[in-house]
Design a protein around this ligand. Sequence first.
Ligand code: AMP
Length: 321
Amino acid sequence: MKSERLRNLLFMICRYFANTQKKFMPGIKHGETAIEILGTIAEMQRRATDIRKEGKTIAFVPTMGYLHEGHLSLVKRGKEAADILVASIFVNPEQFGPDEDLSRYPRDPENDIRLAETAGVDILFMPEAPDLYPEGYETYVVQTDLPEHLCGLSRPVFFRGVMTIVAKLFNIVKPHLAIFGEKDYQQLAVIRKMTRDLNFDTEIIGGPTLRESDGLAMSSRNKYLSEDDRKSARVLYRCLSEAGRRVAEGETIAGRIIAESETAIRAEPDTEIDYIKICHPGTLNDVAVIDQPVVMALAVKVGGTRLIDNLVLFPPGTGEK
Ligand code: AMP
């Protein structure tokens, strides 16, 4: 809790310097029209209302910070589609279980501000937990089916937390469109469904997964990986791309591909499989015989760090690959 408070203090100091003393921020030159950093819900809502009154459109990229090229690719996509790009940084306590990595989730607000500025973010919203979840907070968004698959099974509070914060952020940022990464395939599906079911007037756009040169999906959590873990972690994308190749060449039995992936992952040091699934891209139900495009999704702990990744597999004659 103490380190949480220290971090919040650091956030506030960074915001102060970015807004009022831009000459002290690396990468932000004094006098330039720079990124606008907003910290309270009231400020953000007022700005969003004003932007809409001016007849401009808002694209929104929500993140938990520790920004990397994957996040910035979503910013780029959003900038192409709207007048004003709002990104948010908030490590949402409601989506972490009691044994998960909330307190040690990587944070670097100063570098995030610099990267966001360089990527052309117009407004960076950096709210504080007590503003979003004040004393007595008791309203949550739940969904009955999609969260009961894949990550939802080992992270029971995760999607409730994600949907709640995304719904709240939509009401605060008032975006015309919001961009989410396909890297978190199930999250994107859950948010699309929530947006439809609750009639949010926001278009949801998916952005492709950005990868390191060896195929590892970019993720803030990759920072936890030791050099050896980093080598083991390559196996995730190796399994997915091998599966993509096998299905494109006519393999139809999902169980065979899953068994081969299990063997490959177990051969790597310090790995522990959470799940490897081949499922329907819409319902996320397991698929046994692959005769349509399917999603292969996996979650593997590497040296204690839980990594996820996915790929759409296309049988011959069904589209890509
Ligand atoms: P996070 O900060 O991990 O909550 O991610 C914020 C957004 O960035 C989510 O929509 C993620 O799906 C997306 N994202 C994370 N990693 C990648 C990546 N490697 N490529 C594209 N989008 C990503």
